[in-house]
Design a protein around this ligand. Structure first.
Ligand code: G6Q
Length: 547
């Protein structure tokens, strides 16, 4: 892949298309084509994507598909599914797709089929989660383990946390799940305060088993447990999810209680692996398997559908269109489903850690924008916070709206109201309201001419603001698997087009390194370390207060 894609043929063509198309109004496109909604919609299993409320027409889409072809998206998809080491900077294969593979084909990495080991761990997860749920694996004093605590951070927290919360309606009635991620002692204290050591199972989730937050939290929890029940209790109350057997054993968890995964599973892509153990315990292995099957359905679709019918490819290209041609470097994901409230947090890591890069795979600085800023929250709550800016702010924010047609809690008319809100938001963002329309409304409401003149600008909406609408029948485990795999592949396609490594995360290391330098100063075992005057001043100020 050549550096400097702005100069490529497909890129230059897109620039021309953009110049001609950029002022086109979506409301005119809808008025001119009664079939537009249907034309730009796709279905997969129980999922519908309507991407018609985007600033596109067939010419735009063809030009975007040509870019995907030119950038070799097809070959890169094959390379990922085939176990090639596409994580170039870390020289690793990228095989979260192997974790949910439902057919019997092998996948080779360095001449070795990875599928048998994946299936072994899945079987071990099934047996263990069933034993905990049935109460045949108990705590040290023989009591059922009903409080499950996942200790992990980043990729070892956000996925299992988001998915466990998303699948709350499927939880076993007597099991409660907790998550400790932050090094802030409050995170640990607030969870432990609620728990009884005799009924608590700790899952220490860490790919490397060297992450300072996770190990500090795990040691604190271990002390809390052994203070109450003694050292012998550890083997009944601690399990580890990791790639690092030596460190797990050093911590005092024996390998029988370890669920393994491998370096071809990236942290933020790991909820399908052993890292999903808490999901299995909460919702049962059958439901966990349904989630894998949902992801597999999306994988198959992604790997086989032509670009014009390929959901992740289309979402990726729409993102490229806004990011690189309209210069809109942000987007929002708004699930209208309370159980999906943590989806935006999870996607922030998936997208921003994967594509927040500025060096190409050819070792050159990029000369185009890469990963956008992602934010979001659950609707309708966020309609009453940041949606003002989405409707009338100076910057455009493309939105992904997500909703199930059927709620897990069909109480009164709550869900029809929720549905009407999501659909109204998409329509309002696209359609807007002209000054003329605003004036007519004000006149109808009996306002005077001078009031109308004063208010009409405030009350008008520019519109032409893009959104995708994604509808599931219900947010069940299968749907959740589809949804998450869809975003994983979208992020992947964008990384391919930007020619960056979406699977490393060197950007998080500098701060970690520098924190290790500052720690001895805060603890009072090192003095006079050189920093800028701001950092030195802040260190001294905090030390004085903590004395
Ligand atoms: C994810 C990142 C990162 C990682 C955490 C936790 O892709 O690699 O978020 O998951 O730093 O790492 P460990 O699982 O090794 O503790």
């Amino acid at each position: 892949m050549m550096f400097g894609q702005k100069k490529s043929k497909a890129w230059r063509n897109l620039e021309c298309v953009y110049r001609r198309f950029k002022d086109t109004q979506m409301r005119d496109l809808f008025a001119a084509d009664r079939m537009r909604g249907e034309r730009y919609s796709l279905k997969l299993e129980n999922m519908l994507l309507d991407y018609s409320k985007n600033r596109i027409n067939d010419t735009v889409m063809q030009a975007l598909f040509a870019l995907a072809e030119e950038r070799g998206v097809r070959d890169k998809i094959k390379a990922m599914f085939g176990g090639q080491k596409i994580n170039q900077t870390e020289n690793r294969a990228v095989l979260h797709v192997a974790l949910r593979k439902q057919d019997n084909e092998p996948i080779y990495v360095d001449g070795h089929d990875v599928m048998p080991q994946i299936r072994n761990v899945l079987n071990k997860m099934r047996d263990f989660s069933e034993a905990v749920r049935l109460g045949t694996f108990t705590g040290y004093t023989g009591k059922k383990l009903t409080n499950i605590v996942n200790i992990g951070i980043g990729g070892s927290d956000l996925g299992p946390f988001m998915a466990t919360e998303a699948l709350r309606p499927y939880w076993a009635k007597d099991i409660k799940c907790y998550f400790i991620s932050n090094i802030d002692g409050t995170a640990c204290a607030e969870v432990l305060n609620k728990l009884d050591p005799e009924t608590t199972l700790f899952i220490v989730a860490s790919k490397t088993f060297t992450t300072i937050e996770t190990l500090t939290n795990a040691h604190t929890c271990r002390h809390w447990l052994t203070d109450a029940l003694g050292e012998h209790a550890v083997s009944k109350h601690f399990v580890a999810l990791s790639t690092n057997k030596a460190e797990v054993e050093k911590f005092g968890i024996n390998s029988d209680n370890m669920f393994e995964f491998w370096d071809f599973v990236g942290g933020r892509y790991s909820m399908w692996s052993a890292i999903g153990l808490i999901i299995c315990i909460a919702v049962g292995y059958k439901n966990f398997e349904r989630m894998l099957q949902g992801a597999y359905a999306m994988d198959k679709h992604f790997a086989t559908a032509d670009f014009a019918h390929n959901i992740p490819v289309i979402l990726a290209l729409l993102g490229i269109w806004y990011n690189n041609f309209y210069n809109i470097h942000r987007y929002a994901v708004i699930p209208y489903d309370q159980y999906l409230q943590y989806l935006p947090n999870y996607l922030q890591q998936l997208d921003m850690e994967s594509n927040g890069k500025s060096i190409t795979l050819d070792n050159e600085p990029v000369d185009y924008a890469t990963g956008p800023v992602l934010f979001g929250g659950a609707g309708t709550d966020v309609q009453h916070s940041f949606f003002q800016l989405l409707h009338q702010g100076t910057g455009i924010v493309p939105v992904d709206f997500i909703i199930p047609a059927i709620s897990h809690n069909e109480i009164g008319n709550h869900h029809p109201i929720l549905i009407s809100n999501i659909l109204a938001q998409g329509e309002a963002l696209m359609h807007g309201k002209t000054e003329k329309e605003a004036s007519a409304e004000l006149e109808k409401a009996g306002k005077s001419k001078s009031e109308i003149a004063r208010l009409k600008k405030y009350k008008s909406f520019s519109g032409n603001r893009p959104s995708n609408t994604i509808i599931f029948k219900k947010i069940d485990p299968f749907a959740l698997g589809q949804l998450i795999a869809m975003y994983e592949h979208k992020v992947f396609v964008q990384g391919v087009i930007w020619n960056i490594d979406s699977f490393d995360q060197f950007g998080v290391e500098l701060g970690k390194q520098m924190a290790l330098n500052i720690l001895p100063e805060i603890e009072g075992t090192a003095f006079g370390v050189e920093h800028d005057s701001s950092t030195t001043g802040l260190i001294n100020y905090i030390k004085k207060i903590r004395k």
